[in-house]
Design a binder for this molecule. Structure first.
Ligand code: MG
Ligand code: ZN
Length: 97
């Protein structure tokens, strides 16, 4: 699935709820998912199934924010992350830090 298809799917499923909830509450949900990821990464044994679920949640809530603002996330990704590092202009990145 392309990122644009996933964004369209989330729009179809949740756009009205996202708009009703609003940007601030949606942002808080995103941070809550990031907290859930932190808890899993802090565990003695890494549960990759649960970790992958939280990563999916984080991406979904991130796209909900994009949907509320009517931002094309695939466009944003391609522009921010082209085929080479934007700072050093190479692939893989050769930046010192
Ligand atoms: Mg979650
Ligand atoms: Zn670089």
């Amino acid at each position: 699935m392309r990122m644009s298809e996933f964004q369209a799917l989330l729009k179809k499923l949740y756009l009205q709820k996202d708009l009703n909830r609003g940007i601030e509450s949606t942002y808080i949900w995103l941070i809550e998912e990031i907290g859930e990821l932190a808890t899993l990464l802090n565990a003695q044994e890494l549960d990759k199934t649960k970790i992958s679920e939280e990563l999916a949640d984080i991406i979904a809530w991130t796209i909900s924010i994009a949907n509320i603002l009517n931002i094309d996330i695939e466009k944003a990704i391609v522009s921010k992350y082209p085929n080479k590092c934007k700072k050093c202009n190479s692939s893989p990145c050769n930046c010192v830090k």
